[in-house]
Ligand binder design. Structure first.
Ligand code: MN
Ligand code: MN
Length: 315
């Protein structure tokens, strides 16, 4: 999942060895599942089937989902997950970003792959992968994130495409997907340097030359997260709030994940109340402003003295 513009600074903590182990375990699982996703032909499958299957693969390997699997199609760049029994079906000319997260004790691996079955879009997917590869090969502690952004932008432009300027990677923390620092996908003034033993996600988004190169919020919101644990004094809504905290902590969740406990209509109503009271926030889907297709690639990495550990790489 990418970060959109406004960020809340929470400060990143130094990672201890036990935490590194959990980051690595989560990364291995996320990478395995991502490669399975990449190899499969999803044409004819519904987004509901994709989300449930991919989330099942993560759980089967002993991790929890760090967020609902995102299946963002074509001009939708990010933040779409399946509704309960969502009937949207993958067509043979669709470009689908499948973004998945695994967590162990709250330590997250965030990774994404773009699948497409129409050869004309392969170059767009390749551009995202190449930009990510170039960014990863320069990542180590002390490197300025503005230089990473420059490399990503340069790689994408040289291939004849545009980066999405207002989507970025992000630092990670325990039970926190967007922990306050960003990894830009374009060159920008200032910024900070990568720090030793902080986990980050890098995620270039690539679109066509005719695109605006920005995303806007869409109307659909089907990913949510807790904002505040303060009781709202509605017993049923408070019970849902407790359930969310106990099961997902501060991490994003989907309606699909609560309709196992609450009937769908009831769950929607209670969620609406929690959103209105600002106990829960809803993430809108993010759409390319000129409705052009978008491809994405993503890895999670931890810089160290000698270079970098890419937790979601496959050897
Ligand atoms: Mn992601
Ligand atoms: Mn991410």
């Amino acid at each position: 999942m990418p970060n959109l513009q406004i960020i809340i600074f929470k400060g990143t903590q130094k990672i201890r060895n036990v935490q590194i182990e959990d980051y690595i375990k989560a990364g291995k699982i996320a990478a395995e599942v991502r490669e399975k996703v990449r190899a499969k032909n999803w044409v004819g499958k519904t987004v509901y089937e994709i989300c449930e299957e991919v989330e099942g693969e993560i759980k089967k390997r002993g991790a929890k989902c760090a967020f609902p699997v995102n299946t963002s199609i074509n001009e939708v760049a990010a933040h779409y997950t399946a509704e309960p029994n969502d009937p949207i079906t993958i067509k043979d000319d669709d470009l689908v970003k499948i973004d998945l997260g695994a967590q162990i004790n709250g330590y997250i691996a965030d990774t994404a792959v773009t699948v497409c079955y129409d050869a004309q879009f392969d170059v767009l997917v390749q551009a995202a992968e190449e930009a990510l590869g170039n960014a990863m090969s320069m990542a180590k502690s002390g490197v300025k994130v503005s230089d990473i952004g420059r490399t990503i932008e340069k790689t994408i432009k040289q291939l004849g495409f545009k980066p999405i300027a207002n989507l970025s990677g992000h630092s990670l923390d325990q039970y926190t997907i967007h922990a306050g620092k960003t990894i830009p996908n374009i060159w920008s003034i200032g910024g900070y340097s990568l720090s030793n033993s902080t986990a980050y996600a890098c995620e270039p988004f690539v679109t066509t030359k005719d695109a605006g190169g920005f995303v806007r919020n869409g109307k659909i919101k089907n990913i949510f997260a807790i904002n505040s644990r303060k009781r709202i004094k509605d017993p049923e809504a408070d019970r849902l709030l407790d359930f969310i905290w106990e099961n997902f902590n501060m991490l994003p969740f989907a309606l699909r994940w609560i309709t196992k406990e609450w009937e769908e209509k009831k769950a929607r109503g209670l969620l609406e109340i929690l959103i209105k009271k600002k106990a829960v926030q809803a993430y809108p889907i993010l759409i390319e402003v000129n409705e052009q297709r978008v491809a994405q690639a993503e890895h999670t990495f931890i810089p160290n003295e000698n270079g970098v550990t890419i937790t979601t790489i496959t050897l």
